[in-house]
Design a protein around this ligand. Structure first.
Ligand code: SF4
Length: 406
């Protein structure tokens, strides 16, 4: 069995706990009267009277009037509530390849949105204006789930993606959106860091069709020091997706110079993926650019991405990609048996399509793992902003409170 690399300088648990505690804030304006506040069910009462949120491994312990680490879940009237039901940071139509998912309905458009807040504290966050947002009142759009499904259908999207921040923290809203989408034949995609407690996770993935899981590194030290998180819950979510669901999933690993990009770490991580998840899980190595609280690191050199891809392929992974750089070879899909080019890509554009309508290699007949249709979509690399107001007007008015507690 592949082993995780030993931690260099693990942060003691107390230090991590104190960082988490600092992010639990009081909010005197919290109340159940807002239409955006809904009850939830993954929590329990502690002996000292506090309420523990059981959605993610932070397990925030809150008193009435306090918000959790993620900011969007809070304690009101002795229960944990979600305070941003129906509110979003904005909607865009993206290529599905941008999530990134290369083996799930290639070439199709996906209606993407996020909310505010996040349950991780990554110093390199590239969506920090959303994930660190405390301005929930100024979120640009709001929409009931049915409006999002209607918009996706009318705009020709094949799926809706919960992205930009982690849907784990707004899972009640994401589940309702996924169900509304299912009724119209639209799929649901989660882009997540995978820090999720088992019970809440099982409920969430019952409604998801695909996921991209961000495996940020393969050391617990990195998770603690850079993300205020832990590695093991993410590995557990990956095992769960593989062995207990039919959700199609791919993995992203953002390579940060001198933090998580050593050949030894890539070797250990990719051996673990092959042994625990199998060789068919696509892996995307993506390039870092300086952002948020990590401005002192250079961009990832393209050679680091290519070297990591070589190591992963040598360890037996069949579909390994480079991202955020120009690299047609690293972005193409090849048959893992005869190496025939199956799908050629330049950035998010599909420039060659050689898969048979059955999703097999035309040269040797081997099946390519994934969710394919006889022909790819033709969305290309466009990104189009969408306003939901018009669609919200066409469906039942936002009633706000749905009862997720029972
Ligand atoms: S979902 Fe939010 S409130 Fe709940 S444990 Fe995680 S960070 Fe804390």
């Amino acid at each position: 069995m592949a082993e995780q690399l030993p931690s260099k300088e693990s942060q003691p648990d107390e230090e991590l706990a104190s960082e988490i505690e600092k992010n639990i804030v009081a909010d005197p304006d919290l109340s159940m009267d807002s239409p955006f506040v809904v009850p939830t069910k993954h929590w329990h009462r502690l002996d000292d009277g506090r309420i523990q949120c059981d959605v993610c491994p932070r397990l925030c312990k809150l008193r009435n009037g306090q918000r959790g680490f993620c900011f969007v879940r809070a304690c009101v009237n002795d229960q944990i509530v979600l305070t941003t039901y129906g509110r979003s940071s904005g909607y865009c139509i993206d290529p599905i390849e941008k999530k990134p998912l290369n083996h799930f309905l290639p070439g199709t458009p996906v209606l993407s949105f996020g909310t505010a807040g996040c349950n991780l504290g990554c110093k390199f966050c590239q969506n920090w204006d959303i994930s660190k947002s405390r301005e929930v009142e100024t979120l640009s759009d709001y929409a009931p789930p049915e409006a999002i499904a209607l918009a996706a259908e009318r705009l020709g999207c094949r799926s809706v993606a919960f992205t930009y921040n982690d849907p784990v923290i707004f899972q009640e809203y994401a589940i309702d959106v996924a169900q509304a989408c299912q009724r119209r034949g639209i799929r649901a995609v989660a882009v997540t860091a995978g820090e999720h407690c088992p019970e809440a996770r099982a409920e969430f993935y019952r409604y998801m069709d695909a996921a991209n899981v961000d495996l940020k590194a393969f050391t617990d030290d990195f998770y603690r020091r850079i993300c205020l998180g832990r590695l093991e819950p993410v590995l557990d979510t990956l095992r769960y997706l593989k062995h207990e669901t039919n959700v199609w999933f791919e993995i992203t690993n953002l390579l940060i110079p001198d933090e998580n990009d050593s050949p030894e770490e890539i070797d250990a991580m990719t051996k673990w993926i092959v042994e625990e998840l199998g060789p068919d899980v696509p892996l995307h190595f993506t390039a870092f650019h300086p952002d948020y609280r990590m401005m002192d690191k250079p961009r990832t050199p393209p050679e680091t991405l290519r070297r990591s891809r070589r190591i992963a392929r040598e360890n037996g992974l069949r579909y390994v990609y480079t991202g955020n750089i120009y690299d047609p070879e690293g972005q193409a899909t090849y048959c893992h048996v005869c190496n025939h080019l199956l799908i050629g890509r330049v950035n998010y554009d599909i420039v060659q399509w050689n898969l048979t309508p059955e999703g097999t290699c035309p040269h040797c007949g081997t099946r390519c793992a994934g969710v394919f249709e006889p022909q790819p979509g033709s969305w290309g690399s466009k990104r189009v902003a969408v306003r939901l107001a018009e669609f919200a007007r066409q469906v039942a008015p936002l009633t706000g409170r749905t009862d997720h507690a029972f």
